[in-house]
Write a protein that binds this ligand. Structure first.
Ligand SMILES: [Zn+2]
Length: 490
């Protein structure tokens, strides 16, 4: 990228909300039903029906508004956004326009060692539309209205992002926040977390905005970053060769790795927004806001900093553990049971997360079905700390716990895995090893010290991997440095 140009990026995110019911009717808002199963006259847009707002949607909007330090409008208004499309039988979408429920908050991201606040222009509520399915074999177009009326929050950032990486960091922070608040599952592939980007470039140092292009159709974080990088380069190329950038909407084509024009950009007045006559203004009083505020969880960045402070964890660990609320909960519950935070963090980030991913448990918003309960993990770590089992044996016990073998103590007992710390037993194994490898003992004593590991391995093998490693090392060293047999002084 040329240093002479500065990209300016703003993002519009649509987050599908995890309410039970749709926004203006009682139909289920759940994903995955058979086509048109979750529909009624209201969400099918039949004439003569009245929408009734779902209070839960307002709760969810307030949660995000408060978590992003937005101003909450005591009175906001529902508006009709008018356009024609087959998945929108009413001919309009109910949204919010000039009086949204939240304005002026921010999302914090890390840029290098600095923290940047990315401003939010607004957060508003709206209904999702249906979905067109074009069936080439049957030469038919089909419409599924299950999604029509599913509640959405539209979250519009200020044009304050300056690179594709910053845009990625912002999106990840926002998604983590939505998940912490348990209001959206953040699944980009299934479309419950969708993002459109507005991109322009301008001469570095200029305060004027260039002509912006909207980029759509990006369904992964990677796609967003690549689409933005492509689009920024394309606009710089155009400007440097004296061609104007046109205001338009472009689609990201992930196969070709380029954006291509879709349509010239509409303006807000193309939609003829006006207040919805079927819906009175939405009033939110202080009591409602206070109830929602009292229910907010500790937010991810605050929690990350607390984990570093309270448990002395490295920042990296705290980042990983607080990427999901349920993971941080798991960690803290285990530490309450056995206060060895670093060991428990290692196990959680390593073995536990590995199994969670293998089993696809992290596809759920909240993991309730942990491969092992936090208290069992804590007790496993305690067995290691008490010297009852080695770290290596602990891995075996963990595998047996996964297979439903019971508590760590039961497994250790039943399988005879208790660590051998008894000196005479360790010494016997060492004697046997040294006796059967007399040649290597001689080499070692002649200076080939790296053979030490070989002796450790052999003795471990003899003791079924259960030898206390510290004691074994100590006794082995002593045995090897003792005067060899036959050369004893009289
Ligand atoms: Zn309905």
């Amino acid at each position: 990228m040329s240093l002479a140009w500065e990209p300016v990026i703003g993002l519009e995110v649509h987050a599908e909300l995890l309410t039970e019911a749709k926004i203006f009717c009682g139909c289920s808002a759940r994903f995955g039903a058979a086509p048109n199963e979750n529909t009624c006259p209201v969400c099918l847009g039949l004439p003569g029906v009245l929408p009734v707002p779902n209070g839960k949607v307002v709760d969810f909007a307030l949660r995000l508004g408060l978590a992003t330090n937005s101003r909450i409008a005591r009175t906001s208004r529902w508006a009709r956004k008018n356009y024609f499309y087959p998945d929108l039988p009413k001919g309009y979408q109910i949204s919010q326009y000039e009086l949204p429920i939240c304005e002026g908050g921010y999302v914090e991201i890390d840029v290098g060692d600095a923290v940047r606040r990315i401003g939010l222009v607004r957060i508003h509520m709206e209904e999702d539309t249906g979905k067109n399915i074009h069936d080439a074999r049957a030469d038919a177009s089909l419409v599924d209205f299950n999604r029509s009326g599913v509640p959405l929050l539209e979250i519009v950032s200020a044009p304050e992002l300056r690179s594709p990486e910053e845009a990625g960091a912002y999106l990840r922070a926002l998604r983590t926040l939505l998940r912490y608040l348990e209001i959206c599952d953040g699944n980009m592939e299934e479309g419950s977390f969708r993002c459109d980007a507005n991109v322009s470039v301008r001469p570095a140092g200029s305060s004027e905005l260039g002509v912006k292009v909207e980029v759509k159709n990006m369904n992964s974080f990677r796609a967003v970053e690549r689409a933005l990088a492509y689009e920024i380069a394309r606009q710089i190329d155009a400007l440097e060769s004296g061609e104007p950038v046109v205001q338009e909407t472009r689609l990201w084509d992930p196969e070709a790795e380029r954006t291509r024009p879709m349509r010239r950009k509409e303006y807000a007045h193309d939609y003829r927004y006006f207040p919805d006559p079927d819906l009175p203004p939405l009033r939110v009083d202080d009591g409602w806001i206070d109830r929602v505020r009292a229910d907010l969880p500790e937010l991810p960045r605050t929690r990350r900093d607390r984990l570093v402070r309270q448990y002395g964890l490295p920042r990296y660990d705290a980042e990983v553990l607080t990427a999901r609320k349920d993971l941080a909960d798991f960690f803290e519950e285990a530490v309450r049971e056995h206060p060895n935070p670093k060991a428990i963090s290692n196990w959680t980030m390593g073995e536990v997360l590995r199994v969670v991913r293998e089993r696809g448990l992290d596809r759920e918003l909240v993991i309730r079905d942990w491969p092992v309960p936090p208290r069992s993990l804590a007790r496993l770590v305690r067995l290691v700390d008490e010297g009852k089992i080695s770290g290596k044996i602990a891995k075996q016990v963990f595998e047996k716990m996964l297979a439903g073998g019971g508590s760590p103590e039961e497994i250790v007992e039943a399988e005879g895995l208790v660590q051998v710390s008894d000196e005479s037993e360790l010494e016997r194994a060492i004697r046997e090893v040294l006796a059967s490898h007399a040649d290597k003992v001689e080499e070692y004593r002649a200076g080939k010290e790296k053979l030490f590991g070989f002796f450790v391995g052999q003795a471990m093998k003899r003791l079924g991997g259960k030898a206390h490693p510290g004691k074994l090392n100590e006794l082995l060293r002593r045995a090897l440095s003792a005067a060899p047999k036959g050369e004893e002084r009289p």
